[in-house]
Design a protein around this ligand. Structure first.
Ligand SMILES: [Zn+2]
Length: 497
């Protein structure tokens, strides 16, 4: 058996100013190829890790031409997409594969196309119309017909935070292996409903997504090979942004359509529960200040700077929430993080223990949202200088190498501010530990995150206070100008009916 395995992942925030060149894809920088990619992902809790494990179990020969994954940002540079697609398609063109296993995101927009994944799959099918293709998609995929029509089997994450990336690829891969052996004839039905579930309401521990994902899992008892509900990624001004569902059955189209419709109907009925209620920042911080400090053994109060999540395309350099925390005089705070490679270099030049006055953040203009974030002047001691590289503790992406770039911690006396040089969302405990910050010793931890922080730090948090700041993953969707999404769409246009 011979398998082609590849990864191409990018969640595109079309409102983001953060560039997406080829160098953003990968750790260090740029994509990994061939043996380097295999070495980086074998044994990890990632989608590629699952495909590699399946291949090993089946004693298959593998070709892994490229592993290209970038943190979310603006539409992908055309030449970056063309390069990644070319490397994969060149491998397909060499022929001789029994199956193709792809780890894709599903919300990739390029400079020229709304649907990067659909274009990749269309090209693969044009070269090789026959070899079965399995695709694993992120729960935030915005589905287009080409993403489904050119695949043999499709599976989506069922957890957000995404702690089932491995399980999802394994599910897709197992069904593909069955199809390759002639033990199943996958038939796919997909569809969408005109709704943009709010990201802050998409957590799979929360109603209504919890019940929707549980129903997907239970559908195997009703005859589905695999059922997936995609909450979609709303910070994308493209026609098909929003919620969709995919059901794969063994040759039973009617059943696939029936189960798909059930998922879409359930989601539509629950649409009001996907709407997020905003709270002014001053009110949130006043609430945080009034909370009792953590007792010994209790974890910190998390202050969530959710408008500026780099894993949703945020610049990670807005300073509104951090400035308000300093202004409010909160004590014993750690803040993760402000992306500012230049300020990091200034702190490194000053050295550990030096007193520094730095202007941090606020460097990248955000023309697509109202308001702007200016640099924040802080004075403090350089407490930590670090490489910024660590392996994820998990449960998200266990064992995967993460690179924050050169990183420092500035201690103002009240607030320890992490400054980093590559975009990394605080979804793993080790991002703090790698900088010498133990969140269990902190009264407050400010995190630039929305849901993924729960993977690494959720269980230890004493409380969470969501703080409205500034950023291109704004939770106030009235700040976003949608020109291309299909209309009408809930809740932008439709009344609560
Ligand atoms: Zn996602």
């Amino acid at each position: 058996m011979r398998l082609l395995i590849a990864m191409m992942k990018h969640e595109t925030n079309t409102f983001s100013p953060v560039p997406t060149p080829l160098s953003r894809f990968g750790t260090g920088p740029g994509p990994l190829y061939g043996e380097d990619a295999i070495a980086a992902y074998r044994g990890t809790g990632s989608g590629l890790g699952a495909y590699l494990d399946l291949a090993a179990r089946e004693d298959a020969d593998i070709v892994l031409p490229i592993a290209a994954g970038a943190p979310p940002s603006r539409p992908v540079d055309d030449n970056a997409f063309e390069h990644i697609a070319d490397v994969i398609c060149d491998a397909v063109a060499k022929k001789g594969f029994d199956g193709i296993m792809l780890d894709l995101h599903g919300a990739m927009v390029t400079e020229s196309r709304e649907d990067g994944e659909g274009e990749l799959l269309r090209r693969i099918r044009a070269i090789d119309p026959k070899t079965p293709v399995a695709v694993s998609y992120d729960m935030h995929a915005n589905l287009y017909d080409a993403m489904i029509a050119n695949a043999t089997v499709v599976a989506g994450y069922r957890t957000y935070p995404h702690i089932d990336t491995y399980d999802t690829a394994k599910r897709a891969g197992e069904i593909l292996l069955k199809a390759m052996r002639g033990e199943a004839r996958p038939t796919i039905a997909w569809g969408n409903v005109p709704m943009l579930p709010h990201v802050m309401k998409q957590g799979s521990d929360d109603h209504p997504n919890k019940e929707l994902q549980a129903r997907c899992a239970a559908m195997t008892e009703d005859g589905a090979l695999c059922a997936s509900l995609f909450t979609g990624f709303p910070h994308a001004d493209i026609a098909n942004a929003g919620l969709s569902a995919v059901v794969v059955t063994d040759g039973d189209r009617a059943l696939a359509e029936q189960l798909r419709d059930e998922l879409l109907d359930r989601a539509w009925v629950g649409r009001e529960d996907f709407v997020y209620q905003l709270e002014p920042l001053e009110q949130s911080l006043a609430r945080a200040a009034a909370l009792d400090p953590p007792q010994p053994g209790e974890g910190p109060i998390v202050l969530l700077d959710h408008y500026d999540n780099c894993a949703s395309g945020g610049t990670m350099d807005t300073t509104a929430v951090l400035a308000a925390i300093l202004q409010a005089g909160l004590e014993n705070v750690a803040a993760f993080a402000i992306y500012d490679p230049a300020a990091v270099q200034q702190a490194i030049a000053a050295g550990i223990g030096a007193e520094v006055a730095l202007a941090i953040g606020g460097r990248l203009a955000m023309p697509q949202i109202p308001g702007d974030s200016r640099p924040l002047c802080v004075t403090g001691t350089v407490k930590t200088i670090a490489s910024g590289r660590f392996r994820n503790k998990g449960p998200m992406g266990r064992g995967v190498l993460t690179d924050m770039g050169p990183s420092v911690v500035i201690d103002t006396g009240r607030v320890e501010i992490a400054l980093i040089s590559r975009h990394v969302e605080p979804s793993d405990l080790n991002c703090l530990l790698a900088l010498g910050i133990d969140p269990m010793q902190k009264r407050y931890v400010m995190l630039k995150s929305r849901i993924h922080w729960r993977a690494g730090l959720g269980a230890m948090a004493k409380a969470v206070v969501e703080c409205a700041g500034i950023g291109v993953c704004t939770s106030d969707y009235s700040q976003l100008t949608f020109k291309n999404v299909r209309r009408p769409i809930y809740p932008l246009d439709l009344p609560n009916r």
